[in-house]
Design a protein around this ligand. Structure first.
Ligand SMILES: Cc1cc2nc3c(=O)[nH]c(=O)nc-3n(C[C@H](O)[C@H](O)[C@H](O)COP(=O)(O)OP(=O)(O)OC[C@H]3O[C@@H](n4cnc5c(N)ncnc54)[C@H](O)[C@@H]3O)c2cc1C
Length: 386
């Protein structure tokens, strides 16, 4: 067993940490106010970080999931509002799916524009009637000659306004047959198609990336935009969720570490009752517990990323391992942010401390983005009991 990152992985981490500390961290309040700047997205593409697992012939790096997890951790360490890393992990996870299952023509149309930072790529699965029960989705796609005609509605979809503004779209789960999980297909739907209406949702956090409702009124999409085989979309989506969920956890670890470091500096300097806060054992013990939990989550996350990199060998273990990772990472991050806010007292509650930005962003992963916690528990318990 070897717990060391390779030299290539270490150098990559150092390179992007330096770039992101300089170019992303100072923009966190601005991102929370008015979105991820286009200029940053374009400039950061020179690091090869957008949709980095995809094939080189469409502009990707063919990066391992260990490498993508390093990038997710570093992006969220810099932008702990979580907005930039949401864009990153959606494009990595769903870019991977489009690359793996999509036809040559749809891969070549979309992925070079995503890897260059020009277009946004996301996932549209959740519907107003619920997100956890994917096998029950109702949005319909009916094949008419060389087109699919789509009717229905998706909600809480990330990156809709970005795709509208920059270009791009979503891998969209649609019903092509009545057979539950076996009647779902995945189609790439550009957001600017005729018949699409969108309505912004006002979230409490990760304000730098939009969430919206998408309504499809007889939207005609070329049949070549189907990703993989008809009626196999559910299984492809599970593959994508496995990859995106590991990156969610890596992001939560990066944000935890950034906020923890801010908290530790505060404890070293702030005094009460004639001594530094760090010298109160109750506080030092809390810091010790949190540091241990971050490390536990980190080990689990990199184990899951490593298992995904050896998919054939660990196929049966991957769903549980990924679900454990997605369950633990966001909860650790939430607890870190909450404790640091308490350590800072009134200052922690103010916008000046920036902690509330992380608090609002991380909650998205507790309530459900990329899968609710109870759904992770269902996957893990299925692994235990069959
Ligand atoms: C900020 C944000 C961004 C998002 N971005 C996207 C996106 O880009 N694309 C997309 O498709 N979706 C997106 N979502 C939606 C997300 O995938 C859903 O929130 C998630 O799947 C849960 O669905 P739901 O919110 O409808 O909750 P529901 O499915 O209605 O579940 C509600 C509650 O019931 C619990 N529950 C459900 N079923 C069970 C069960 N069998 N046993 C026990 N408990 C259960 C859940 O754990 C949850 O706590 C986003 C959500 C958020 C918050």
């Amino acid at each position: 067993m070897d717990f060391e990152f390779s030299e290539e992985e270490t150098l990559f981490r150092e390179e992007i940490r330096e770039y992101l500390t300089k170019n992303l961290r100072p923009m966190v309040p601005k991102i929370d106010e008015s979105g991820i700047p286009r200029s940053f997205v374009k400039d950061a593409s020179k690091l090869g970080i957008w949709a980095m697992p995809v094939s080189k012939d469409v502009g990707g790096q063919e990066a391992s999931f260990i490498m993508s997890s390093i990038a997710a951790e570093e992006i969220a360490r810099a932008d702990f509002s979580m907005a930039t890393v949401v864009m990153f992990l959606l494009e990595s996870g769903w870019g991977y799916v489009l690359d793996k299952y999509g036809s040559k023509s749809i891969r070549e149309e979309v992925l070079p524009r995503v890897t260059s930072g020009d277009w946004f790529l996301g996932i549209a699965s959740t519907e107003p009637s619920g997100g956890s029960d994917i096998g029950n989705i109702k949005t319909r796609a009916i094949r008419e000659n060389d087109k699919y005609v789509i009717n229905g509605e998706k909600s809480y979809i990330s990156g809709v306004l970005e795709a509208k503004d920059w270009g791009g779209g979503h891998l969209t789960l649609v019903r092509t047959s009545p057979n539950g999980n076996k009647g779902i297909s995945m189609i790439y739907v550009p957001i600017n198609e005729e018949g699409i209406e969108i309505a912004k949702i006002n979230n409490m956090g990760r304000m730098g990336i939009s969430s919206a409702i998408i309504r499809y009124n007889n939207v005609k999409i070329p049949a070549k935009n189907i990703v993989g085989e008809e009626n196999k979309g559910f299984y492809q989506a599970m593959d994508g969720f496995n990859h995106a969920r590991v990156l969610v956890s890596a992001a939560c670890i990066g944000a935890s570490e950034a906020i923890f470091d801010i908290g530790i500096e505060y404890l070293k300097n702030r005094e009460a009752f004639g001594k530094k806060l760090k010298d109160f054992q109750s506080i030092a013990f809390e810091a010790a517990d949190l540091k241990t939990r971050i490390e536990m989550a980190r080990l689990l996350t990199y184990k899951a990323a490593w298992a995904l990199d050896h998919e054939e060998k660990y196929k049966s273990e991957i769903p549980s391992l990924v679900a454990m990772t997605k369950m633990v990472g966001p909860q650790v991050a939430f607890d870190v942010v909450k404790s640091v806010m308490m350590w800072m007292g009134a200052y922690g509650y103010s916008k000046d401390a920036l902690i509330e930005i992380a608090f609002r962003g991380i909650v998205s992963y507790i309530v459900g983005a990329e899968g609710a916690l109870n759904i992770m528990r269902i996957i893990i318990s299925k692994g235990i009991f069959g």
